[in-house]
Ligand binder design. Structure first.
Ligand SMILES: Nc1ncnc2c1ncn2[C@@H]1O[C@H](COP(=O)(O)OP(=O)(O)OP(=O)(O)O)[C@@H](O)[C@H]1O
Ligand SMILES: [Mg+2]
Length: 324
């Protein structure tokens, strides 16, 4: 196990009263626990605002969790350079990672300087080598980001992470800003790199086709809560949770003429979330009991947060249900 989150929550303070005191919190992530195995591709899916990037940022050390703990290789995540080097993040928009005033050579070499990994004289050769690994030639070395295409920029951003030889890459919608054919190239590149450099990926996307194609396991997130989690083939192939089903029905499929039934309604505000099941306001199958919050428990080789799959009338005994 390379990464473990134990009951991790993130609340953002959002309102100060006259005396500068926080009076309200936005609950972006609620008691999330999961573990990622070395060499695994672990997917996180969910609509906009469900807390995907907040989880990524906590793992990359950008935000501290409000509660719970994050373990990297069984040790609590610390702001230590050696750990930071080992966990790299690739963002949706490569512009975020690249300084518009710096050349590709400078941007890709920056981590080597910060972490003092190579003597100055050897840096350029190493940059050329890493650029080659991401499919770019020496001709881009002196270029600035505005002189590159979107796909080239994302390759440079990946090279910038890769040069530090991380073990875990947190990829936050790395292809969403690219057009479809470039998306496929970058996804194939990521798969090749994972194989070649024995990387572990935490792959965030709202594209269920991508997660189905790439991830070994997947977590479905809604309003900061895990709703369903398990092997991708099972969760995406045979979704059980009404939210996962709704997400899948909202996706058009190439070559399949079927009516698309998008999820009804909007995600409620995480400042004032519904007190029971987070999905209650949009769930077509909600019933009385859903005014209480369902726990996340095992069901058919996956974890589920839904009373439809918890056959007991006594909520306090739910955690005792053992599903084989
Ligand atoms: N720094 C912040 N301060 C306050 N609220 C924040 C901050 N970052 C995120 N949020 C809020 O936390 C919630 C989760 O946001 P997050 O960016 O993690 O969602 P997401 O799943 O990545 O969405 P998207 O698919 O649009 O990228 C949202 O309601 C967002 O407005
Ligand atoms: Mg996001």
């Amino acid at each position: 196990m390379i990464l473990e989150l134990q009951n991790v929550s993130k609340r953002f303070p959002i309102e100060d009263n006259l005396f500068g005191k926080t009076t309200q919190f936005l609950r972006a992530v609620e008691e999330i626990s999961f573990a990622v195995n070395a060499l695994e591709i672990f997917g996180i899916v969910g609509e906009s605002g469900s807390g995907k990037s907040t989880i990524a940022r906590m793992i990359a050390g950008i935000y501290p969790p409000s509660d719970g703990q994050i373990l990297f290789k069984e040790r609590p995540l610390q702001p230590e350079p050696a750990i930071q080097r080992n966990i790299q993040m690739v963002f949706q928009d490569p512009e975020t990672a690249l300084d518009p005033r710096k050349t590709v050579l400078w941007s890709v070499a920056e981590g080597l300087k910060i972490h003092r990994l190579l003597p100055r004289a050897q840096r350029k050769d190493r940059v050329v080598q890493v650029l080659h690994e991401v499919g770019l030639g020496e001709d881009v070395l002196q270029k600035y980001p505005h002189e590159l295409s979107g796909g080239q920029k994302q390759r440079v951003a990946i090279a910038r992470s890769l040069i530090l030889q991380p073990e875990l890459l947190v990829l936050d919608e790395p292809t969403s800003a690219l057009d479809v054919s470039v998306q496929a190239q970058i996804l194939n590149l990521l798969l090749d790199l994972q194989d070649e450099f024995r990387l572990t990926y935490l792959f965030i996307t709202h594209d269920l086709h991508i997660v189905q194609h790439l991830a070994h396991r997947v977590m479905v997130l809604y309003l900061g809560h895990i709703m369903e989690m398990g092997n991708t083939g099972e969760v995406i192939g045979q979704p059980l949770h009404p939210y996962t089903k709704g997400l899948l029905q909202s996706v058009p499929q190439l070559g399949v003429k079927k009516s698309i039934t998008p999820l009804q309604g909007e995600i409620p505000s995480p400042i004032n979330p519904p007190p029971g099941c987070p999905f209650i306001t949009r769930c077509p199958q909600a019933f009385d009991k859903c005014h209480q919050k369902p726990p996340l428990i095992p069901h058919e080789k996956r974890l589920m947060r839904c009373f439809l799959y918890q056959h007991t009338s006594n909520p306090s005994s739910l955690h005792k249900i053992h599903v084989v």
